[in-house]
Design a protein around this ligand. Structure first.
Ligand code: GSH
Length: 231
């Protein structure tokens, strides 16, 4: 049985990717959640995660004696373990595109990442509006993401046809857009809704809202938990 070590569902975008992939694909795994804290070297989070992952970060996947860390490496490993599930598209050009856009997400969009951290339970629309007006690079990141989401093979398909690792990679981005209400084209919005309607994503959202934790480190825009909660 796989064990997936993740962080708080309200905040952890990197954890969300392999969790959504495994859940959406119906692969059973045991979830091990390590609560976020200050991430100081002596913190409980670091003490726990460093027992298995030398980078001191989540997510990490354990399968027997093997530990796989880094969200992309975990998804690649899962895809190799379950070739029949076609977690990358079967068709070569779509597969190449899925890999390109996943890599783009993995290493890019710094402005969006820095300015709009995921916060599933919060409604930060007014902050999003302000950030949008002030940061040209955020507008560029959003425009590129909107383009990626709008270039899917057909209006009702996922990013590269069937649900794939690429969609698991962009699911946390959808959550950032939801929280900060960043503007999208009609096609980009339709894709965001498609992701939000997935059972795996709904489960993540429900569990994130049940956590009711406030980690100041991850809260640049709120002073306390009761502030700016979604309905
Ligand atoms: N490239 C890594 C990044 C993982 C990462 O940054 N995880 C964050 C949580 S969302 C973390 O554990 N941070 C702890 C720290 O920075 O000390 C991946 O894709 O898994």
């Amino acid at each position: 049985m796989y064990q997936l070590f993740i962080g708080n569902k309200n905040y952890s975008t990197w954890s969300m990717r392999p969790w959504i992939l495994l859940t959406q694909a119906g692969i059973s795994f045991q979830e091990q959640l390590i609560q976020f804290d200050s991430f100081e070297p002596e913190s409980e989070f670091k003490t726990e995660i460093l027992k298995l992952n030398p980078t001191g970060k989540v997510p990490a996947l354990v399968n027997g004696d093997l530990v796989v860390w880094d969200s992309l490496a975990i998804c690649e490993y899962i895809a190799e373990q379950h070739p029949e599930l076609r977690l990358w598209p079967e068709e070569k050009t779509l597969r190449a595109r899925a890999r390109c856009i996943s890599a783009e997400m993995h290493s890019g969009f710094q402005s969006l990442r820095n300015l709009c951290p995921m916060n599933v339970e919060a409604d930060l629309a007014h902050i999003g509006k302000q950030l949008w007006a002030e940061h040209v690079q955020l507008r560029a990141d959003v425009a590129r993401i909107d383009q990626i989401w709008s270039e899917r093979p057909s209006e009702d398909s996922f990013l590269c046809g069937e649900f794939s690792i690429a969609d698991a990679f962009y699911a946390p981005v959808v959550m950032r857009f939801e929280c900060f209400k960043l503007p999208l084209s009609a096609s980009g919005q339709a894709y965001a809704q498609k992701i939000l309607s997935l059972a795996s994503v709904q489960q993540w959202i429900t569990e994130a809202r049940q956590e009711q934790m406030f980690v100041p480190f991850d809260e640049p825009y709120r002073q306390h938990r009761e502030e700016l909660l979604k309905d």
